[in-house]
Design a protein around this ligand. Sequence first.
Ligand code: NAD
Length: 310
Amino acid sequence: MKILIIGACGQIGTELTMRLRELYGNESVIAGDIREGSDELMNSGPFEILDAMDRDSIEDVCLHYEISEVYLMAAMLSATAEKYPKKAWNLNMDSLFHVLNLAREGKIEKIFWPSSIAVFGPTTPKENTPQQTIMEPSTVYGISKQTGERWCEYYHNKYGVDVRSIRYPGLISWKTLPGGGTTDYAVEIFHEALKNNHYDCFLSETTNLPMMFMEDAIKATVSIMQTKPENVKQRSSYNLAGMSFTPQEIATEIQTHLKDFTINYKPDFRQAIADSWPGSIDDSEARKDWSWNNDYDLKKMVIEMIDNLK
Ligand code: NAD
C-alpha cells in the first residue's frame, strides 16, 4: 500500500505523516504540500511539492508512486477563510473534486477527507449535537465542509468511491502550530503561558467548544481508514468528540501547573464564528460503527502540552 498526504506540512498532516510512516514504512508514505515542512518530516521519507488545486500534478504523483490511498489535508481554515472567501471556496472544493474524480476513474482506491464541527450552525442543537441534525453553517469554511460532505456521500453512493471522513473538533497539539482556525487559542494559550505567563484570549471566557488532543485525532483517522468498508456507515462524515471546555476552564487547569498564569479576554471577529458552533458533540455512531474511543480529557491534555512545550 502506498499513501499520499496532500497538505502534509500542516498541523494535522505533520503528525499524521509521521504516524503513517511508523505504521507502513517511510518509503510507503509520500508527503505533499505547497511548502516544505519540519526537518523530521522532510528527512524521514519522500516529499513532493504539490498544489492541491492542480489535478494533473496530483495524478502524476499518484501514478508515479502507484498511490492507493490519498489523505487530503490541504484546506483554508475557518478564520482565514472569512478573510478570503473565494480563495477558500476554490481551494476547499477543487482539491476535493480532484481527489474524488481520481478515485472515480479507478486511479486511487481510498480517500480520507476531513470535515469539521464547522458544518453546524446557529440553528443546530448546541449540546450533544447529534450525527444527523439541522446543519445551516454560517461561515465560508463551514459551507465548504458541508458541501464537501454531500459530495463525498454522493460519490460513494453513485460511483462506489471509498471515501471516509471525520468532523474534527478543534485540535490541540504541541509539535506543529495551528493554521488559522477559530480554536487556535487553545494551542496559543500554552505557548504564551510558558513564555509570558499571560494570554490575551480572542474568545470570551464562557465560549464552550468541542476540542481534541492530536493523539486522539490521529488515532481516529488511522482507525477509520483501517476499518472494513462495511463498518463505515456514514459516508458524509462522522461526529467525533474528545472534550469540551471554555477559555476560563482551560486557564484554570493551566493555573494548577503554572500558578502565576493570568488571562484576559478580548473577543475579536472569531467570537461570531465560535458562537455559531456547538458546545459538545454526540459521537455515539463512530463509537458503535468502528469502535472509536478517546484517551485524553482536559486534565491529561494540559499535562501533556505543558510537559512537552517546556
Ligand atoms: P493547516 O492549515 O495547519 O495545514 C494545511 C496544510 O495544507 C498546510 O501545510 C498548507 O501549506 C497546505 N496547503 C495549503 N494550500 C495548499 C495547496 N494548494 N496545495 C497543497 N497544500 C496546500 O491545517 P490543519 O489544521 O492541518 O487541517 C487539515 C485539515 O483538517 C483541513 O481540511 C481542516 O479543515 C481540517 N480540520 C482541522 C481542524 C483543526 O483544529 N486543526 C479542525 C477541523 C478540521
